[in-house]
Design a protein around this ligand. Structure first.
Ligand code: ATP
Ligand code: MG
Length: 414
């Protein structure tokens, strides 16, 4: 399909949708700001290597979902499927490791070639935070707390569940990997083709499989918690303790693994059951291996990303549009004056609607349609006295106001 249809899995944000979308992003930005995270933006495309190297050859994102193309200069570039790899790339290319710790917030579109369904798009949007250069469990706690505060401000947190798990450090993962491979090998016959491949390259990822037959085998797999080193155990205990101190409740989910190779220690997801199948609204974890894996200096990191479209579904009422003041001129002389009054009020930050044509009746109708808070009616007689009629559209109350006093008279309805 081409031409006048939007590409499958993409959508337009018309004003009502856009206000919901904007509200989600502003809420996340403000919450992150309160924790000292500053906004950054990376390009929406990168050299393909940035994602290929970090997300791993076996991840769904790399094998199936990337929008990759060759540009006119012959470079292979990819529309970003997520933002963490780009932030790590920015840290390396900008030499930012001189300035650790860094606390970054981002918001913007991401692209994945997936099967579109409710809550799953091909162009979607994420907000997210990244905390770089902090090795302590307090970093994990702060990052999770920022996500919780964001959802609390959205009015969604009391309908959400924070699921928490740890993958441990490298030694824990290696020990667990061995027993997991042994277990999965015993059940090879019932594993999906994808999982057989993962079993060779990155067996932990089998735990993340969405295939039903895989999931049945995974349900009885050994648990990673049994193979944590004492250090990894202590780290996780400190994270849990920090959350408890803040009164943030969570559920341990031992089956939770992040689909990406560079995670270690804490991983978490915040889900909201009312969203159905695509119920994860925020997900993240610690990625101490990422920057080094990309060829940069060893730099610990922890962060999350949250789907804006899924969060927007959790909002109750759509945030209202600002209510304008409508100017309704009657006659050619008033028309000219109307433009000057509109300009003056707009300079003072009033939202002003000035129609382009039509008689008074038509213009009043439009004023009501756009939910104007008031109409400034300009007739020749009033203008001659230096006045206008100010009509409050909710109550119908009308009075004459001197032109110089319009801003003051409108101030309560801004
Ligand atoms: P899923 O298991 O749903 O595929 P994921 O592990 O691919 O999720 P992440 O890469 O962790 O998701 O992305 C973080 C968040 O971004 C998700 O929890 C979700 O809210 C949102 N998200 C991810 N992919 C999409 C998509 N295709 N459409 C809409 N939102 C998405
Ligand atoms: Mg996915």
């Amino acid at each position: 399909m081409s031409g006048l249809q939007p590409v499958r899995g993409t959508h337009d944000l018309l004003p009502d949708d856009m206000r919901r979308h904007r509200h989600v992003i502003e809420t996340a930005r403000r919450a992150a700001l309160c924790f000292g995270y500053q906004e950054v933006a990376t390009p929406i495309f990168e050299f393909t290597e940035v994602f290929k190297r970090t997300l791993g050859d076996t991840s769904d994102v790399v094998t199936k979902e990337m929008y990759t193309f060759t540009d006119k200069g012959g470079e292979t570039v990819t529309l970003r499927p997520e933002n963490t790899a780009s932030v790590a790339r920015a840290l390396i290319s900008g030499g930012l490791n001189q300035h650790l710790p860094l606390k970054y917030f981002y918001a913007g579109p991401m692209f994945r070639y997936e099967r579109p369904q409710k809550g799953r798009l091909r162009q979607f949007h994420q907000t997210g935070v990244e905390l770089l250069g902090v090795r302590e469990p307090g970093g994990d706690v702060e990052v999770i707390a920022a996500g919780v505060e964001f959802l609390r401000r959205l009015g969604a947190w009391d309908r959400c569940v924070l699921e928490l798990n740890t993958l441990g450090d490298t030694a824990s993962r290696q020990a667990y990997r061995q027993v997991l491979v042994a277990y999965l090998n015993d059940h090879r016959g019932r594993l999906s083709k994808d999982s057989l491949e993962r079993l060779e390259k990155n067996p932990l990822r089998v735990l993340d499989s969405k295939d039903e037959s895989d999931q049945k085998i995974v349900a009885n797999a050994p648990l990673s918690s049994e193979y944590l080193t004492p250090e990894a155990r202590d780290f996780f205990a400190a994270v849990r303790d920090g959350l408890e101190t803040l009164g943030i409740s969570y559920q341990i989910n031992q089956r939770l693994v992040r689909g990406l190779d560079y995670y270690s220690h804490t991983c978490f997801e915040i889900t909201c059951a009312e969203l159905g199948a695509q119920k994860t609204v925020l997900a993240g974890g610690r990625y101490d291996g990422l920057v080094a894996m990309m060829g940069g200096p060893e730099t610990p990191g922890v962060g999350w990303a949250s789907g804006v479209e899924r969060c927007a579904m959790l909002l109750g009422e759509t945030p209202p549009a600002p209510r304008p003041v409508a100017i309704v001129p009657m006659g050619a002389n008033a028309e000219r004056k109307a433009a000057a009054i509109a300009a003056d009020l707009r300079r003072q930050d009033f939202v002003v609607d000035l129609g382009f044509s039509g008689n008074m009746g038509k213009r009043m109708k439009r004023a009501n349609k756009i939910a104007a808070v008031a109409a400034i009616i300009l007739g020749d007689e009033e203008l001659a006295r230096g006045e206008a009629a100010l009509k409050l559209l909710d109550s119908g109350e009308q009075k004459n106001v001197r032109l110089g006093d319009l801003a003051a008279a409108l101030a309560p309805y801004r």
